[in-house]
Ligand binder design. Structure first.
Ligand SMILES: Nc1ncnc2c1ncn2[C@@H]1O[C@H](COP(=O)(O)OP(=O)(O)OP(=O)(O)O)[C@@H](O)[C@H]1O
Ligand SMILES: [Mg+2]
Length: 267
């Protein structure tokens, strides 16, 4: 006899009821002046989600938009390092979290809430939920055209929290082209579908001879969502990222790719 499945997304089942309606109302109120919240996701780890999210935020800002960036990967955050800002976030007089600012982007990461970057943030789900909800409902985001949210991999607690608490405009799925990543990109698309979140499109990252090409476009076709474009595997992206410099600030061709992705996803 087959092992009974964990709750899966197969079948035409209705969206699950949101048990966090009260918390969602608080988040909606606090993000009342945010025009569009966009999450970046893939079920697979290490495909370049955070790098994409950071460069998307900076490219949007360079296009004249008011932009925020929230790192929802609270146990292993990386947006603070990719933005080149390792300082501590502070509370204002009203005990609200004040987002930091770099490259004309307001941002918040759990990486800016610890003294030692190498210490392990060991948290069970409820603590992660509390931290993410605080970053959404008790941070002074103010008025923004876009809030980009970098999600951790997987289809568990943290992506679920964001999809349940935030009135998302949609998600962008970032995948590498090889099969092992595509399976998890499809899980991401199925999760969004199940949660009633729009998939704005699929981006193929690290495209080229090493990991092959074309897989991202196939996933987009399968789910009938836009293919937004590809970003090649290129060493300067890794080098700038390691220095805490969003690569679109230094690489004009890459900025053009992001502009084209933005046009396809958000026009
Ligand atoms: N197109 C690219 N070319 C070269 N290196 C890249 C590219 N995209 C991302 N990287 C590098 O790949 C590594 C992983 O990227 P990143 O941390 O953004 O992945 P992630 O999907 O957010 O990982 P996680 O699942 O752990 O959150 C980083 O060192 C980053 O600089
Ligand atoms: Mg990441």
């Amino acid at each position: 006899m087959p092992i009974p499945l964990v709750q899966s997304n197969s079948g035409p089942s209705a969206q699950p009821a949101n048990p966090f309606a009260a918390q969602r109302a608080k988040v909606e109120k606090n993000l009342g002046n945010v025009k569009k919240a966009i999450a970046v996701h893939c079920g697979k780890g290490g495909v370049g989600k955070s790098t994409f999210a950071v460069n998307l935020a900076v490219a949007l800002s360079k296009g004249g938009k008011k932009v925020g960036l929230l790192d929802a990967d609270v146990d292993c955050p990386s947006c603070h390092a990719l933005m080149g800002m390792r300082g501590r976030a502070l509370l204002d007089d009203e005990q609200r979290i004040v987002p930091l600012s770099a490259h004309n982007v307001k941002f918040l990461s759990a990486g800016n809430m610890v003294d030692d970057a190498n210490s392990a943030n060991i948290m069970r789900g409820p603590i992660m939920f509390k931290l993410i909800s605080d970053m959404l409902s008790n941070a002074a985001w103010g008025g923004l055209d876009y809030l980009v949210i970098d999600l951790p991999p997987g289809t568990g607690d943290n992506p679920l929290t964001i999809m349940q608490l935030v009135p998302l405009h949609g998600i962008i799925i970032v995948t590498q082209p090889q099969e092992i990543c595509l399976t998890d990109a499809k899980k991401s698309a199925n999760m969004a579908k199940r949660m009633g979140v729009k998939v704005l499109g699929v981006v193929e990252n690290m495209s080229g001879s090493v990991f092959s090409a074309g897989g991202g476009e196939r996933v987009a076709g399968l789910f009938e969502v836009p293919f937004l474009g590809s970003i090649p595997l290129q060493s300067n992206i890794r080098k700038f990222s390691d220095k805490g410099i969003p690569a679109v600030l230094e690489d004009g061709k890459l900025l053009e790719r992001f502009r084209s992705i933005i046009k396809s996803a958000l026009a």
